[in-house]
Design a binder for this molecule. Sequence first.
Ligand SMILES: Cc1ncc(COP(=O)(O)O)c(C=O)c1O
Length: 305
Amino acid sequence: MKTYTTHQHLNYLETVQWPIGQTPLLNLAATAAAAGLPDSVRLLAKAEWFNLSGSVKDRAARRIIQTAEAEGKLWPGMTLLDSSSGNMALSYASLGRLHGYKVKLFVPANATPARLTLLQNYSIDLTLTDPALGSDGAMAAARALAAQNPRYFYANQYDNPANWEAYYATLAPEVWQQTGGQVTHFVAGVGSGGTFTGAARWLKECNPAIFCATVQPQTEKEGIKGLKFMATAVPPKTYDPSLADAHLAVTAVEANATRQLLADCEGLSVGPSGGANVAAALQLGRTLDQGTIVTLFPDDSRYYS
Ligand SMILES: Cc1ncc(COP(=O)(O)O)c(C=O)c1O
C-alpha cells in the first residue's frame, strides 16, 4: 500500500484547481418525452451551476482576468472594475479576490436579494444603480468611472473579446467531446452574447452544419434575468448575430412553466434563463425528426429568492 506524508498531501492539495468548466452534460430525456419530442431527438444541457461561484460566468471572468494579466493590463494592487446584472458580479468578486485584486462593481439595485446578500460576503466595493435602467444603466456608470480614472482595470465584459473566447476555448470543446461529435443543434440565451458567440463560432468551425440559435425574451418587458432583448439593448461587441441560424423568442411565462417541467421530470431546480433555454430548445425540437440539441443551464435557482 502506498503511504503519503503530510507534505505529499499538501502538495496534492496545492495542485487542485478551483472548479470552473468540465461541467456535466445532462440528458433531459424525461423532459423531452413529456414535451412530445420524438425519441430520435435528444435534448442535453450543460449544468453550469457546478462552476465555482455557481454560474456560467466564471468561465468568462477567469479568462478576462488571465488575459489581462498576460497582456500586462492587470497587476497586483490594481482594482478590477465592471458592471453586471448579477452572476458576473459574483464571478468577479470570487475570482478577483482569489487572484488578489480589489474589485469595484456596478450592479442594478433590482438584482435578486440572494445575490446582493452573497456579494456582501466579499470585500468588494459595490454600487447599486437605477433599477429602471437595468444592466445598460450599470454599464454606463462603470464606463463613466473608467473614463475618469484610468488606474482601474476596466474589465468591460460587454466589449472584451476574452468573454466570448472563454466559451470558444472551453464550453464548445466540452460539448463536442461529451456528445462524441454528435451535437447537431446549439441553443443559448444572450446577455453579453459571450456564451452564444464563443460556442457557436467554435462549433461551426468544427462542423458548419451545426444549427445555432439564440434565445431572447419575446418582448422588452419579459424580465427574464440574464437575457437581453437585443432589438433595444445597447449592442455588446461580444455578441455576433451573424452566427445565428435562428432567434427563438420565449416569454417569462413559458420560461417559468419549463422550470416547473424540469423540476417535475428531472428533479432540477434551474434559474429563469435555463428555463428559457430549454423552452426554446423544445420549440426547435418539435420541428425536427432527429438530432442532438445541446443547451445550457447558466445557473440554478439558488440566487432567485
Ligand atoms: C443567468 C444568466 N443567464 C444567461 C446569461 C447570458 O450569458 P452571456 O452574457 O454569455 O450572453 C447570463 C449572463 O450574465 C446570466 O447571468
